[in-house]
Design a protein around this ligand. Structure first.
Ligand SMILES: Cc1ncc(COP(=O)(O)O)c(C=O)c1O
Length: 445
C-alpha cells in the first residue's frame, strides 16, 4: 500500500513517516521526534494500530480527566453536530446558556459568568484583558515556575525556561518568587513567599498592577502544592491593594485534585479563573475565563474589547456539558480523592524501597515523583532544565513496558484519568517500580 492511501490500515511506521513529512510537532527538534502512534483509546488505555495496549498515566496532557472513549460525550457531540454546528458568538444558543448555568453552579463563591475560548492559553490572554479593562491598570504579576501557555501573553507570564527563546514578550509583566525553589525538597516558608510577593508589589507600585496570576497548583513544573495559608495570603494581599487575583486552573481544575477546582482546597474565591483541558476532557477544544459577579457587572455598561470567531462553539459546549455530567454520574471527583489516597501510599512505598526517590507529592490524582542522585546533600537526577542518561533510560523502559507518562527534568508524573481503578493504578506503579532500579544505580550516598 502506498503512503497516503486510506484503503488499508496504515502501520505505525507509515503513520509516523507521513506525520513527519507534512506536519510540524510542537516543542521539538523535528528530527528528534519519535511519537507514540495511537489508533483508538478506551478508559485509561491507548491502543496502537498493531493492537499494543499502553496505560495512559498522564491523561495525555493532564486533560482527558474522564478517560477515553466515553459514549455519553461522543453521543452529545454527534447530536449537537447534527442539530447545529456553528453560529458566530454574537448569537445565543441553548447549549451556551445551559453550560454557563452549570458552570456557575460549580464555580467557587459568586463567580457566575464565563467567557468561552478555544483553550488554556486563549483563556489566559483574555483574563489579562479582563483584568486590565476592569482595573484600568496595566501591569500583570506572574510567578516563577508557572506555565500558562504558548501564545504571546501566556508565554510571557510563564515562569519557566520555555519562555526564554520567545522573549521579549508582552510589556507590563513582572515576575514574583516561586513557592518552591528548584532543587529543594521543601517549599519556602509561607511568610517568605508572601513577603516576596508583597515586596514586588511595593516596588512596582500597587496602583499600576491589574492582577496577580498564579497556577493554583503548579502542574508541568513539578506538581508544586502551595503550603496551607499561601493561597489565602495571596487573596488577602490582592484585596488590600485592589489587585485582581487570577487562578489558572487549566490543569488543576475539574476534579484532578479530588475537588472540582484546586482552589476549593483553600476555600478561596479568586476574581478570575482560567480553565480548559478537563472542561471537555479534551474531547473537543474549549477554554473559559470565569469571573466574579462584580466583574461581570462592571461590563454591563462598559465595552469589552475582545472576541474570537470560535468563542462558544456549540459542539465544544455540548462536549463540555456532557463531560460535566459524567464527572457527576460516575462520582469521578470522589474517585480522584479516593485513588489519590492510594496513590500516596504507592508513592510512599516507592520512596521506602528506592534510594533514588527524593520526594513524592500528590493531591488527588495530581502526582509526581522527584528522583535524586543523593538525598543529602539534595542532588536532583538532572540539572535544571536538563535531562540525564538515567531519565532517558527510564522513559525508554516505560515505553517498552506499555506505560505512557510525562517525564520532565528529574520527575516522573503520575496523573492518570480520574476513572482509574485501584488495580489499574497498581499496574502503573508496578512498571514505575521496576524502572526505578535504573535510577537507583545512579545513587551516590
Ligand atoms: C496551567 C496551564 N495554563 C495554561 C495552559 C495552556 O493551555 P493550552 O495548551 O490549552 O493553550 C496549560 C497547558 O498545559 C496549563 O497547564
Amino acid at each position: 500500500m502506498g503512503i497516503g492511501t486510506a484503503s488499508e490500515a496504515m502501520t505505525s511506521e507509515e503513520i509516523v513517516a507521513l506525520n513527519r513529512a507534512h506536519t510540524f510537532f510542537s516543542w521539538s527538534i523535528q528530527s528528534a521526534i519519535d511519537p507514540i502512534v495511537v489508533d483508538h483509546a478506551e478508559g485509561v488505555w491507548l491502543y496502537t494500530p498493531e493492537g499494543k495496549r499502553i496505560l495512559d498515566f498522564n491523561s495525555q496532557l493532564m486533560s482527558v480527566n474522564i478517560g477515553h472513549g466515553d459514549r455519553r460525550v461522543i453521543d452529545a457531540i454527534t447530536e449537537q453536530a447534527a442539530k447545529l454546528q456553528f453560529v458566530q458568538p454574537a448569537f445565543a444558543t441553548e447549549i451556551r446558556g445551559l453550560l454557563g448555568q452549570k458552570l456557575a453552579e460549580l464555580l467557587p463563591g459568586d463567580m457566575d459568568k464565563v467567557f468561552f475560548t478555544l483553550g488554556g492559553a486563549e483563556a489566559i490572554e483574555n483574563a489579562i484583558k479582563f483584568a486590565r479593562h476592569y482595573t484600568g491598570r496595566y501591569k500583570v504579576l506572574a510567578r516563577y515556575r508557572a506555565y500558562h501557555g504558548a501564545t504571546m501573553g501566556a508565554m510571557t507570564l510563564t515562569g519557566d525556561p520555555r519562555r526564554w527563546a520567545n522573549e521579549p514578550g508582552l510589556v507590563g509583566v513582572v515576575r514574583y518568587p516561586d513557592t518552591h525553589r528548584w532543587g529543594e525538597a521543601e517549599p519556602r516558608p509561607v511568610e517568605e513567599s508572601l513577603q516576596g510577593l508583597e515586596d514586588v508589589i511595593r516596588y512596582e507600585g500597587p496602583q499600576t498592577i491589574a492582577a496577580v496570576f498564579l497556577e493554583t497548583i503548579v502542574g508541568t513544573n513539578g506538581i508544586l502544592i502551595p503550603p496551607d495559608g499561601y493561597i489565602q495570603g495571596v487573596r488577602e494581599i490582592c484585596d488590600r491593594h485592589g489587585i485582581l487575583m487570577v487562578a489558572d486552573e487549566v490543569m488543576a481544575g475539574f476534579g484532578r485534585t479530588g475537588r472540582w477546582f484546586a482552589i476549593d482546597h483553600w476555600d478561596t474565591v479568586p476574581d478570575l479563573m482560567t480553565m480548559a483541558k478537563g472542561l471537555t476532557s479534551s474531547y473537543l477544544p474549549l477554554g473559559a475565563v470565569a469571573m466574579r459577579h462584580k466583574i461581570a457587572e462592571a461590563f454591563e455598561d462598559k465595552m469589552f474589547y475582545g472576541g474570537l470567531t470560535y468563542s462558544s462553539h456549540p459542539i465544544s459546549l455540548a462536549a463540555s456539558l456532557a463531560t460535566l455530567r459524567v464527572y457527576e454520574e460516575d462520582g469521578l471527583i470522589e474517585n480522584a480523592a479516593r485513588m489519590g489516597e492510594r496513590m500516596r501510599e504507592m508513592h510512599q512505598r516507592l520512596a521506602a524501597e528506592h534510594p533514588s526517590v527524593g520526594a513524592t507529592r500528590n493531591l488527588g490524582l495530581f502526582g509526581i515523583i522527584d528522583l535524586v542522585r543523593s538525598r543529602d546533600p539534595w542532588t536532583p537526577l538532572t540539572p535544571f532544565n536538563g535531562t540525564s542518561d538515567e531519565m532517558k533510560a527510564i522513559g525508554k523502559y516505560f515505553r517498552e513496558h506499555g506505560l505512557y507518562t510525562m517525564i520532565a527534568n528529574n520527575s516522573v508524573h503520575t496523573n492518570p484519568p480520574l476513572c482509574i481503578t485501584e488495580d489499574e493504578l497498581a499496574q502503573g506503579f508496578e512498571i514505575i517500580d521496576a524502572a526505578l532500579d535504573i535510577a537507583d544505580q545512579a545513587v551516590t550516598d
